[in-house]
Ligand binder design. Sequence first.
Ligand code: DQA
Length: 145
Amino acid sequence: MKIRVINGPNLNMLGIREPQIYGSTRYSDLVDMIEEHAKKTGIEVEVLQSNHEGDLVDMIQECYGKIDAIVINPGAYTHTSVAILDAAKAVALPMIEVHISDVSSREEFRQVSYIRAACMETISGHGLNGYLEAIDHLAAALKEG
Ligand code: DQA
């Protein structure tokens, strides 16, 4: 079972950016955390990040025929990107949207999520653990068929 984790803009700044919202764990530690969890669960995982919308579209398209499921945190593109939504719909793979912070209790402009329409679930406000939960939920869904 192969899962790709895709992170959008500014997530590479984890641990530095607004620690009161996103915590003090570095992005590289998040990657380690996800890789360790996947190993324990017997899942092959790839963790990718880009600050560029088109790169995120490419990262989703590349999953077609190659990857079983996607965990995505599109960062600010969550609230603006029809292109990322269209890529997700095009590959039509099981996908879970993750947000480290609880977007539902933040600014009005964060209440819109384009990607949500292509996702089986949204995990928001569970911190970095949300990525691990998403992997577990996808693995369970794939096993159920
Ligand atoms: C975020 C929430 C977004 O609104 C924000 O633009 C981010 C991170 C989160 O993980 O909580 O960059 O996706």
